[in-house]
Ligand binder design. Structure first.
Ligand code: AMP
Ligand code: MN
Ligand code: MN
Ligand code: MN
Length: 278
């Protein structure tokens, strides 16, 4: 079976329209699928009742931004009621937070001589949930930097001036928005936060205490050793496992859509629970 529970569309910082993404997932043989845009369900809502959604086994999905101590953390929500007031309110709160953060990022960039970033990034984002990638694309297009990668390395990445954290709600709030909407909360890409082993264990503890149900043991292209380590962390903490490509766009060295579950170690996976509850 081929599944993918972490992907992005044009509704956030991905390159493909939601319907195009579903077609691509179908072509990749995906049988269970989630569109998990950053802090918005707009893409999911636009395609949920189509025949293509049925063909790829689409379930609801989202990737929510939050803070845990001073770290920005991503929590994927799956199989929730997208119309539940808790989810609708959380997505609205995060949309507002992104708006305010964008203004702050632009102010900070102006402080280092890069003017007009808010207008520029908003034009790139258009209707999409605005994020740092839209700033990065604008900076590359205007020649402020040579590439999107350079924009992150110099201005937008962790610890740089454009990395504005204070707007995200606490971890427990986003976990609860997902669980109260009837979904399962998944700690996304746990090794991307660059935490020490001790801090990572503390994060997983807090995540579980808040009602978190699973950790993402496979995210895009990652070393085999990470899959093993994360699977052990999930099992040791009584959490299920989830997997996703984190596909944003076609990119030579980037991940492809769809993960063959045959390559995964034995464990408790979210799709087993989804099938059991169906
Ligand atoms: P945001 O959610 O607005 O804070 O932006 C985070 C997003 O930026 C991530 O989900 C990635 O898609 C993208 N991103 C983060 N770091 C980089 C990087 N170094 N190069 C390119 N894209 C990045
Ligand atoms: Mn992204
Ligand atoms: Mn993420
Ligand atoms: Mn993602």
């Amino acid at each position: 079976m081929i599944v993918d529970f972490h992907t992005h569309s044009l509704a956030s910082d991905g390159a493909l329209a939601p319907m195009e993404l579903l077609r691509r997932a179908k072509a990749a043989g995906v049988q269970q699928f989630a569109l998990t845009d950053h802090d918005t369900t707009a893409g999911y809502l636009a395609v949920r009742h189509t025949s293509e959604a049925g063909e790829v086994g689409l379930i609801s999905g989202v990737e929510l931004s939050c803070r845990w101590a001073t770290t920005t953390v991503h929590v994927v929500g799956l199989n929730f009621d997208a119309d539940a007031p808790e989810m609708v309110a959380m997505v609205e709160q995060l949309t507002q937070a992104r708006e305010e953060r964008a203004e702050k990022i632009a102010t900070r960039l102006a402080g280092v001589g890069i003017d007009g970033a808010l207008k520029g990034a908003k034009a790139i984002a258009n209707e999409s949930q605005i994020g740092r990638p839209h700033f990065a694309t604008w900076m590359a297009e205007t020649g402020a930097v040579d590439s999107v990668t350079e924009a992150f390395d110099k201005y937008l990445g962790t610890g740089k001036i454009g990395d504005v954290k204070m707007f995200w709600p606490p971890l427990s709030d986003v976990v609860q928005a997902i669980t109260r909407a009837g979904g399962v909360a998944i700690l996304a890409h746990p090794l991307k936060y660059r935490l020490t082993g001790m801090k990572l264990r503390a994060l997983i503890n807090d995540f579980k205490a808040a009602g978190g149900g699973a950790i993402e043991v496979l995210n895009g292209r990652q070393p085999e050793t990470d899959l093993k380590r994360l699977s052990q962390l999930a099992e040791g903490n009584g959490l299920m496992c989830s997997v996703g490509s984190d596909f944003h766009r076609d990119f030579e060295y980037g991940p492809k859509l769809g993960i063959d579950v045959e390559r995964l170690p034995n464990g408790a996976y979210v799709w087993d629970a989804l099938e059991a509850s169906a």
